[in-house]
Design a protein. Sequence first.
Length: 380
Amino acid sequence: MSDPKSPIRNRMTASRKAYDRMAAGLRANGTGRLASPGRLQAGDVGIVSPDLEGVALATLALQYGLRPSALRPSPPDYIRQLWRRRHFIMAFATARNIAMYTEAKLGQFWQILTPLLNAGVYLFIFGYLLDLSKGIPDYPAFLVSGVFVFNFTQRAFISTSTVITDSLPLIRALQFPRAALPLAYVMIELQQMIVTMAVLAIILLGLGEPLSWYWLLAIPALLLQTVFNVGVGLLVARLGSQVNDFSQLLPFLLRTWMYLSGVLFSIATLADSRNLEHEHLLIALLTLNPAALYITLIRLAMIQSQRLSQPGYKAFNHAKCELWKHLSSSYHGRLLYDSAYCQPTVNPHHYWYYGIGWAAVALVIGFFFFWRAETRYGRG
């Protein structure tokens, strides 16, 4: 029987002999020249032996099956490389997540304490001092869920914007698909978000929210948000590696995005409660922005009062809707739920389609935008 490894062994032997001949020629003549690693130019000629004089190094490399080490793979090959390293990505994310709070005295308890402190600060300022809860039932649950969901996207974008520059030693030392780094950092935030969702569930139960099967809809909503975060994370990772000031500007952009995404107020009832009936386009744009969509999907899944008060939840009733408009600041009885009789600016039954569309578009654009610069990462 023939040895199945013999073709590989013969190829390695031939490559080694070719390398030895090129090295001998370079030492003997001193006229050959190699380009930077991974880039053989057609004009770079190496005199390796009298019978190969004038042969270009690129031609010789092609003859013996040698490839540039930094050659950008095709998109399908790149995806396969990332899939083969999925275990590394998850292990890297888990290790960084554990190491993040290792030196703190409270250790991993900070993963629970951090979302609790965020919720407490926002509730105190916007729920009690500024009292923005008018017309929104169960405002503490509404506010906490919005803060937690938006923080997932915010933290993912901030961490991925500097991942390339922060990982230059690793990128220059090892050969691997660079997209594994932004993916790993999004997975770090996802692991923390899972803990945050557990904290959110406890808070909602403590506030009297009934446990129902609707809560399971938060899982696909969170997965769609994760896919969206991966796509935009790849995009900002490349921008952050090429524009040094981008990571400084990003927090201001994210803060503006948060204020426009319905974290603190209800976009669905904004037109009616603020008498903005003629600003349908503006309300629609605010409703359909991806951060607001994923926040709304999780709120509708986990907060019963949000489902019952969602405009369009019940058949349109002009009288009840008008009554709610004039008394939307009231805290009495079921009046807060009469917004369900108003007409929605965007059909709430289409929220899932928009959420899927945003995730798909972000992933495709982010992947190709990052992939096109694959060979340039780490050369700065």
